[in-house]
Design a protein around this ligand. Structure first.
Ligand code: MTE
Ligand code: MO
Length: 202
């Protein structure tokens, strides 16, 4: 088998084509990385809201969001701290299903995703539509652990994992870009791992 130079690691071994530049395969580990203290959110108190530039602002309770059409993701995730994790599965609901209820206005171009703890991140609306983002409450078919964002987190696996807000509380649709917690602290505005957009200026 022949490999292109670009698919070889430093030792000359074949580089896994699932691995974006500068990343390594962390295997079965899954580190917990949180800027804030882990909150204890009862599902009876948890809500998820979509507001801002929408025709129909909506807030779902836990039972209401669970009743929506289920959707899942099977694939890889990439953290800016250089680990990637292959072939993970998450279950929840597609952000497309949620946005279909809220009806984005034509002027909506960006979102701020925010957590119940105050963490925020920004995304172009186009990065969370057409099957690219989920609100998830299952990992490997079990309830998502609280350290990893349970009861539910955002999942935007085509971007670095800091965009996947843990303990997610909602989306605010805007007509402009509004950098979030890590983005105002020097991280890249968009965070595409394949373009290695780690820090501002990358
Ligand atoms: N609410 C909240 N969400 C967050 C973070 C955080 O600090 N708080 N960290 C982000 C970062 S930098 C990463 S790498 C992932 C870590 O998710 P994990 O702890 O499940 O690995 O969550 C992202 N979502
Ligand atoms: Mo991260």
């Amino acid at each position: 088998m022949k490999f292109n130079r670009d698919f070889k690691g430093r030792g000359g071994e074949a580089r896994d084509p699932r691995l974006p530049p500068g990343q390594y395969d962390i295997g079965s580990d899954w580190p917990v990385l949180s800027a804030e203290a882990t909150p204890n959110l009862a599902t009876s108190e948890w809500t998820f809201a979509i507001g801002g530039l929408v025709g129909n602002p909506v807030t779902w309770t836990w039972d209401e969001i669970q009743a929506l059409e289920p959707a899942s993701y099977e694939g890889d995730i990439h953290c800016v701290t250089t680990w990637s994790k292959f072939g993970v599965s998450f279950g929840g609901v597609s952000v497309d299903t949620l946005l279909a209820c809220a009806v984005p206005l034509p002027s909506a171009s960006h979102v701020v995703a925010y957590s119940h703890t105050g963490y925020t991140t920004n995304l172009p609306l186009g990065d969370i539509t057409d099957g690219k983002a989920w609100v998830v409450w299952e990992y490997e078919r079990r309830p998502l652990e609280v350290g990893h964002g349970g009861p539910a987190r955002l999942l935007v696996p085509h971007l670095y994992f800091w965009k996947s807000v843990k303990w997610v509380a909602g989306l605010r649709l805007l007509d402009h870009d509004e950098p979030g917690f890590w983005e105002v602290n020097g991280y890249h505005d968009r965070g595409d791992p394949w373009l290695e957009q780690r820090y501002q200026g990358d």
